[in-house]
Design a protein around this ligand. Structure first.
Ligand code: PLP
Length: 399
């Protein structure tokens, strides 16, 4: 039966994590996986999440009945408002649908499954992009998975001219995947005027935007600022998909809480799309899990809890910004060869250091520092106790 089954290659990120766990060095540093850590290097359950968790668990009304196919309505409604903005014309005119998914990954997959059935089988992904995008679209059955230039290694910034030229050459209806904010792995986002330029070309060329939003509020500390790209496209009249994740901004990694929000031209179309998404959910997951959605719903729908959440978001974003600054200062003090401005210019959880694969392997072997071979560093893995050691390790491998 299984004669042809060979061992699948390990997932690069989870593999680095398990090597890190096995390493017995007292000075080891994990900057591989994109999960927030406190200054003590510990996972953080947001105080508002802990509070709401207790409320839910202790409620006499708690049951474990199935959710509807499209999930918890108070959650999905709030999720659509969070990304599109309460006063978005799409929200006011009720021409959207929002369907709960298995976190951000599941939302991207749900969107891909839907687009393959009803739109087009050509998708363009940024180069580079989150490692999972390619596999998700492959498994969803896309026939053309292409890339567009995004990152310029010379400037360690956005390759805007090449990006725009490539958009102009794409065939009509192609799906173009964007990271709404805090691009993973580069930490490089288009500026507002660059998004405007991108949207203009997308409109002229009749291209279809699919936003992956895994870091709303986490990038800049402002939920509105991090949603600017999506809202701009909506203002320009686009129909679009947005995959939302609550892993990072609520710290709900294992609860698999996400949502796919779709902006449509009419309420009737939105309802049709919703039913098709329900149909896909039915065969893949049947109904989504409730716990994470209950937590997020309570927080997004209660002004006091919402305020507490925003203050924790600011704290996480602020700590990461501080780590950028401290790492940059350490490298400058050491006189480490090279230009390190990108560390403070990039945004969100990740820094694309520019270290080569060889340097990344060397830093692992010699200094017990675990990062992906692309040179991506999860800034959340740094803290006031290990940032100096980390900077020293970089200094040594680049000399
Ligand atoms: N999309 C991007 C760009 C990501 O970086 C991530 C997580 O790292 C995700 C989606 C999905 O995250 P999750 O499935 O944990 O919500």
């Amino acid at each position: 039966m299984f004669e042809n089954v060979t061992v699948a290659p390990p997932d690069p990120i989870f593999n680095i994590f398990s090597s890190y766990l096995k390493d017995e060095s007292a000075t080891k540093v994990n900057v591989g996986i994109g999960a927030y850590r406190t200054d003590e290097g510990k996972p953080w359950v947001l105080p508002v999440v802990r509070k709401v968790e207790n409320m839910i668990v202790n409620s006499p009304d708690l049951d474990h009945e199935y959710l509807p196919l499209d999930g918890l309505k108070s959650f999905t409604d709030a999720s659509a408002k969070l990304i599109l903005g309460t006063n978005s014309p799409v929200i006011l005119e009720k021409r959207y649908c929002a369907v709960q998914s298995i976190s951000g990954t599941g939302a991207v997959r749900l969107g891909a499954d839907f687009l393959k059935r009803f739109h087009d089988k050509t998708v363009y992904l940024p180069n580079p992009t989150w490692a999972n995008h390619q596999s998700i679209f492959e498994d969803a059955g896309f026939t053309e998975i292409l890339e567009y230039p995004y990152y310029n290694p010379k400037t360690k910034g956005l390759d805007i001219n090449n990006l725009c030229d490539n958009l102009k050459a794409m065939k009509e209806n192609s799906i173009v995947l964007f990271h709404a904010c805090a691009h993973n792995p580069t930490g490089v986002d288009p500026k507002e005027e660059e998004w405007t330029q991108i949207a203009k070309i997308m409109k002229e060329k009749k291209l279809f935007p699919f936003f992956d939003c895994a870091y709303q509020g986490f990038a800049s500390g402002s939920l509105d600022k991090d949603a600017w790209s999506v809202r701009h496209f909506v203002e320009q009249g686009f129909e679009l998909l947005v995959a939302q994740s609550y892993s990072k901004n609520f710290g709900l990694y294992s609860e698999r809480c996400g949502c796919l929000t779709v902006a449509c031209q009419t309420p009737a179309k939105a309802e049709a799309v919703r039913t098709q998404l329900c149909k896909i959910n039915r065969t893949v997951i049947s109904t989504p899990p409730a716990f994470g959605a209950r937590i997020v719903s309570k927080v997004l729908n209660d002004p006091e809890l919402y305020k507490e959440w925003v203050s924790s978001l600011k704290e996480m974003a602020g700590r990461i910004k501080l780590m950028r600054r401290m790492l940059f200062d350490e490298l400058i003090n050491l006189g480490t060869p090279g230009n390190w401005n990108h560390i403070i210019d990039q945004i969100g959880m990740f820094t694309y250091t520019g270290l080569t694969k060889e340097q990344c392997l060397l830093i692992r072997d010699k200094f017990h520092v675990y990062m992906t071979e692309s040179g991506r560093v999860s800034m959340a893995g740094l803290n006031t106790k290990n940032v100096k050691y980390f900077a020293n390790s970089i200094d040594q491998v680049v000399r």
